[in-house]
Design a protein around this ligand. Structure first.
Ligand code: FES
Ligand SMILES: [Fe+2]
Length: 342
């Protein structure tokens, strides 16, 4: 696998709600073409998206019961990748079907999210990031967009505080008033770093909707997961943004939101609209950035506003190094306070 992609880690693949019973979808994750599907009994699976007969994508086929049937000559495959039927064979004993298979990818589905394991073994003894407060129900809103940059630029853009006043200036988000100095404490967390709880920014109108004095926690985890939790009394809001590499030039970004306030369910279309607007602002910035990046200019990370980006590269390199020497990952970061003006 390309060294710019980490292995032995869970990659976010899709919100569960995007793969309905009997549905197949295509995804490319770290250059692996995959078909994700849900059988009639509700089981989710991931297979390489090529029929081993002539290579046509299995995602072009259909689910029949607990199996996938290729659209070209009707070969069928079980969710563990084994060929179960070649309907055109006159003599069924002519070929040993157990010798024909397609690669499978380990899957985990919980909290309404589907994760794919890329690495050794099946990853079942490792947990993907958990969304706090949410027991096992999926996000109320989810939205998917493609960013025309690699995973590193997508992640750096996601955790970068300094672009906000330039890229995300909106009436509903912040007043276009002057910048203020921000001071945030960070500590290392399991696969990344966490901004310690702080009171919500008073100039953000959305935060006020949640009521009380909302406390905000934000954390980042490899390979590209940012979770933001806002809590006030019994109410909570949780947003998760998952960046999944498609290939070395493109990244799939899914933004999902959960909340506890029942009244907010009526606002789903409005929330979806704001989320889309917000992500599109990032997407537009990434489109402009990719125009500049075609010239491979030298780049620099500057000062504390870019410190989180430096941490990202540091933990990513550390993860890659532990993969090489087989040692356990040790987070090299230290508790630190960062300052910036936004
Ligand atoms: S290509 Fe799939 S059955 Fe022939
Ligand atoms: Fe952004």
């Amino acid at each position: 696998m390309d060294r710019s992609f980490l292995t032995n880690i869970w990659y976010f693949a899709s919100a569960s709600s995007s793969i309905k019973t009997g549905q197949l979808i295509h995804r490319q994750i770290c250059k692996h073409p995959m078909v994700l599907g849900r059988t009639q009994s509700g089981k989710v699976f991931a297979l390489q998206d090529n029929c081993p007969h002539r290579g046509i994508p299995l995602s072009e086929g259909k689910i029949i019961g607990e199996e996938v049937q290729c659209c070209y000559h009707g070969w069928s495959f079980s969710t563990n990748g084994l060929c179960t039927s070649i309907p055109s064979l006159a003599d069924k004993t002519e070929i040993d079907l157990s010798k024909i298979s397609v690669r499978t990818y380990p899957i985990k589905e919980y909290q309404g999210l589907i994760w794919v394991w890329l690495g050794d073994g099946d990853g079942q003894n490792v947990d993907p990031p958990t969304v706090p407060e949410v027991e096992n129900h999926g996000p109320q809103v989810s939205h998917v967009l493609e960013f025309p940059v690699n995973i590193d630029h997508a992640v750096v853009g996601l955790i970068d505080p300094a672009h906000t006043p330039h890229v995300h200036e909106s009436w509903f988000w912040r007043k276009p008033s002057g910048r203020t100095k921000k001071e945030k404490k960070f500590k290392p967390s399991q696969l990344g770093f966490e901004m310690l709880p702080h009171l919500a920014s008073k100039n953000s109108k959305i935060y006020r909707l949640i009521g009380g004095a909302p406390e905000v926690r934000i954390w980042f985890a490899l390979p590209g997961i940012r979770i933001e939790q806002i809590k006030a009394g019994k109410n909570f809001y949780c947003g998760m943004t998952a960046c999944t590499p498609i290939n070395e030039n493109n990244t799939l970004t899914t933004h999902m939101m959960w909340w506890s306030m029942k009244w907010a369910n009526f606002l789903k279309p409005v929330v979806r609209h704001f989320a889309r607007t917000f992500l599109k602002q990032d997407q537009t910035a990434f489109m402009k950035q990719s125009k500049g990046l075609q010239w491979h200019p030298p780049l620099r990370l500057a000062g504390q506003p870019d410190q989180q980006a430096k941490w990202y590269f540091r933990i990513k390199n550390e993860w890659a190094r532990t993969e090489d020497d087989g040692k356990e990952f040790k987070n090299p970061l230290k508790e630190t306070t960062l300052e910036w003006r936004t």
